[in-house]
Design a protein. Structure first.
Length: 294
C-alpha cells in the first residue's frame, strides 16, 4: 500500500487572515461618522418639522425644547387646497409614468434586442445619442408642440410622452438585459408557433422582472421628485404636484412657514422610502445583471 501524499496548497490560496479587532473598530467608527454627516440634513429637516417656528433657526440642536406637531395639520389643511390634493396628483402622474415607461420602453428594447429591421443599428445609436441632449435643449420645441395640441395647463405633457418610449436610459438598460437571455428560448418558441409578440409576452417579460422593476422604481422616483416639468406645464393649483405644493410654503415677499414646509417634506419622502425599502433587492439585481451576457 502506497503512502498517502500530502497536498500542499500555495500561499496565495490560503484563506486570508482576519482583520485585527482595533482596525475593524476604527473602520466602523469612521463609517458611522460618515453616515451621521450624510444624514444630518435629513435629521435637521425632521427636527424642524416638530419645532416651533422661531426655534428652527435659533438653535443648532436637533432635539426641540418643546415638541410641536401642529405644523403637520397646518401644512396639510392650511393652504387653498389640502396637501392631499398635491399627493394625489403626484401619485396619478407617477403611476401612469411607470406604466407608460415599462410598457413602451420594454417594447422598444425587445425590438432592438431581438428583431431585425432596416437601420436597426442606426436607430439604436440615434436613440443613445438622445442621452447626451440636456432636457432644456428640447424644452421649447416640446412646449410649442403641446401648446398647439392644447395640452398646456394639463397633466398630459407629463404623462403621454412616457407611453412613447422617450426615456432612452430605460431602453438601453432593458436592451442589455434582453441580450443576456438565451436566443434558444426564442427559437424553441418559434418552432412551437409563437409569434414575436407572444415571445415578448410569454418569455421575455417573465424573465425580465428585475430590470422591469428597476425601470419602474427609477421612473417613479424621478417623476415624484420632478419639479421643473410640472412648473412649466401646470398653472392651476388643483393640478399641482407635491413639489409645486411644497413651494407654496415659501414666500419671498412675505412670511414663510418653514415648520409646515419641513413637515410636508417629511411626508413627501414616505412613498419613495417605502418603494426603495421593499424593492431594493429587485433594484440591485436589475442593475447588476443588465450589463451581463449569459
Amino acid at each position: 500500500m502506497t503512502d498517502a501524499k500530502l497536498t500542499h496548497f500555495p500561499d496565495d490560496l490560503n484563506p486570508p487572515r482576519e482583520r485585527p479587532w482595533f482596525l475593524s473598530l476604527i473602520i466602523h467608527v469612521a463609517l458611522v461618522g460618515a453616515s451621521i454627516v450624510m444624514l444630518y440634513p435629513l435629521l435637521w429637516m425632521l427636527s424642524g418639522s416638530i419645532k416651533d417656528q422661531n426655534e428652527i433657526f435659533g438653535t443648532a440642536s436637533l432635539i426641540p425644547s418643546q415638541f410641536d406637531f401642529s405644523s403637520f395639520a397646518r401644512g396639510w389643511f392650511g393652504g387653498q387646497v389640502t396637501f392631499g390634493t398635491f399627493v394625489w396628483n403626484s401619485v396619478v402622474i407617477a403611476v401612469l409614468s411607470v406604466i407608460g415607461n415599462v410598457i413602451s420602453c420594454s417594447l422598444a428594447a425587445y425590438a432592438f434586442a431581438r428583431l431585425n429591421f432596416w437601420g436597426k443599428n442606426f436607430w439604436f445609436a440615434l436613440m443613445l445619442g438622445t442621452l447626451m441632449l440636456p432636457y432644456h435643449v428640447t424644452l421649447i420645441p416640446q412646449y410649442i408642440l403641446f401648446l398647439k395640441l392644447g395640452w398646456v395647463k394639463t397633466m398630459l405633457p407629463l404623462v403621454v410622452p412616457k407611453f412613447l418610449a422617450v426615456d432612452a436610459f430605460f431602453i438601453f438598460l432593458m436592451v442589455q438585459f434582453f441580450r443576456g437571455i438565451p436566443r434558444e428560448l426564442d427559437e424553441a418558441a418559434m418552432m412551437d408557433g409563437c409569434s414575436p409578440w407572444r415571445i415578448y409576452w410569454r418569455i421575455m417579460l417573465p424573465l425580465s422582472l428585475p430590470v422591469l422593476a428597476t425601470a419602474a422604481i427609477f421612473s417613479f422616483i424621478w417623476t415624484w421628485d420632478d419639479f421643473f416639468g410640472p412648473l412649466i406645464y401646470l398653472s392651476d393649483i388643483n393640478t399641482y404636484t407635491v413639489q409645486l405644493g411644497l413651494r407654496s410654503f415659501v414666500d419671498s415677499t412675505g412670511s414663510s412657514d418653514w415648520s409646515s414646509l419641513f413637515a410636508m417634506s417629511s411626508i413627501s419622502l414616505i412613498p419613495v422610502f417605502l418603494i426603495f425599502l421593499f424593492f431594493q433587492r429587485l433594484l440591485i439585481d436589475g442593475i447588476a445583471t443588465a450589463g451581463l451576457k449569459r
